[in-house]
Design a binder for this molecule. Structure first.
Ligand SMILES: [Zn+2]
Length: 79
């Protein structure tokens, strides 16, 4: 069990967020400070994740824009 440092709630060991107050759980047993390399690595992973998600998230927007444009053209023809 991990005790939440914010509210004192006893959270499961695998919890990342306190179920009671919703704050991120800081494991007190982990006294190891993150090294500069750890921070760089996590930042690089975040950036890589964002870059991978961009093309996938843009495609439905382009599809939606095309559909709206086609509908607008269809309506314009009927007027
Ligand atoms: Zn809490």
């Amino acid at each position: 069990m991990i005790t939440c440092i914010y509210c004192g709630y006893e959270c499961p060991d695998n919890a990342h967020i306190c179920p009671n107050c919703g704050k991120p759980i800081i494991k007190e047993s982990m006294h190891k400070q993150p090294t500069f390399d750890d921070i760089k690595e996590s930042l690089r992973r975040e950036k890589a994740g964002v870059k991978q998600e961009e093309p996938r998230s843009q495609t439905p927007l382009i599809m939606a824009a095309c559909v709206v444009l086609l509908i607008a053209l269809a309506i314009y023809k009927y007027l």
